[in-house]
Write a protein that binds this ligand. Structure first.
Ligand SMILES: [Zn+2]
Length: 308
């Protein structure tokens, strides 16, 4: 009994082994020597253009990344403004080594214990890791040209630049500090609106920031609001729209609700260029459209004009 079962087992192994082993052995050796070469060549071919060139979504020109960085992420051919991070933006605006960040460690608390596809706590951790920032705004004191100023810059890459209690609180503290120190305020906005993970607490930031700006205005200090692509909803309906001077970047989408929602609600055909910076300038809402390369000199000029 034992011997028969033993032979059967060994037979089973024998049949599978000689039948399978020789052919793959030959193919694996050949493919093993060829595959890595092919794979390496392919990945190199793909990686080079991806890492060095970026295709402009407006004019389809392949722009050399170094050139794009030097041009502050603006297409040299058609002037399309690519999205830019908050740190890069600050670097492009302030005098070297003059930016002193405020409240950098302030983080949101998940007061509502919000859970959707992922919990709010997990979302925050994920974005803090990917962006290296604690929330969607960076605030601080700086020098632009010859002038001291309070600067707040939003980052769309952090949860769509949404305004939660941290964004509201950081901006409010910045504005209050500017009032105290007799300085102008500049806020560069980009946002999808209030952060719904924080419900009512995010909506309260609209009134809070505007309240601080009202005190700043009472002190007769200038506030320059810069609207970049996209500035919408709760942010647009609060501090972004109450600037003494409202500047916009070319082609930026600016509005409250999105065009599709408005079209569905009003059942009317929307005019061409609806909700663009250019359209809003024509209607008198935006005071000036300024390209990214001229923004620094333009802000300095305005502050100078205001005598601050
Ligand atoms: Zn272009």
């Amino acid at each position: 009994m034992a011997t028969t079962s033993f032979t059967k087992k060994s037979l089973g192994l024998e049949t599978s082994e000689p039948a399978v082993t020789p052919p793959p052995a030959s193919t694996t050796t050949t493919s093993f020597t060829k595959k890595p070469k092919l794979g390496a060549a392919k990945s190199k071919k793909r990686e080079i253009p991806e890492g060095l060139w970026t295709k402009c979504p407006k004019c389809s020109t392949m722009v050399f990344d170094k050139e794009l960085d030097e041009n502050l992420k603006v297409c040299p051919r058609c002037q399309y403004h690519f999205p830019i991070g908050a740190r890069e933006r600050i670097h492009s605006l302030v005098e070297t080594c003059t930016f002193e960040e405020l409240n950098a460690e302030m983080t949101s608390v998940d007061v509502l214990k919000f859970t959707g596809t992922a919990s709010y706590t997990n979302k925050l951790a994920e974005y803090q890791k990917s962006t290296g920032s604690k929330d969607a705004v960076i605030t601080g004191m700086c020098k632009i040209g010859e002038h001291r100023a309070a600067l707040g810059v939003m980052d769309f890459s952090f949860l769509g630049g949404s305004m939660g209690s941290v964004v509201g609180e950081k901006l409010t503290r910045l504005i209050e500090k500017a009032t105290e120190k007799n300085l102008p305020v500049i806020i560069i906005s980009t946002s999808g609106g209030a952060r719904m993970y924080e419900g009512m607490f995010s909506l309260m930031q609209m009134a809070k920031t505007c309240g601080a700006l009202a005190y700043h205005a009472q002190a007769r200090l200038p506030y320059i609001s810069v609207l970049t692509h996209p500035t919408t909803a709760g942010v647009m309906a609060s501090y972004a729209s109450v600037g003494d001077l409202i500047i916009a970047e070319p082609g930026a989408m600016i509005g409250f609700a999105g065009p599709r929602v408005i079209k569905d609600t009003t059942q009317a055909e929307l005019p061409p260029g609806f909700q663009t910076a250019e359209f809003l300038q024509e209607k008198g809402f935006v005071d000036k459209i300024v390209g990214r390369q001229e923004l620094r000199s333009e802000i300095a000029r305005v502050i100078d004009y205001c005598g601050k």
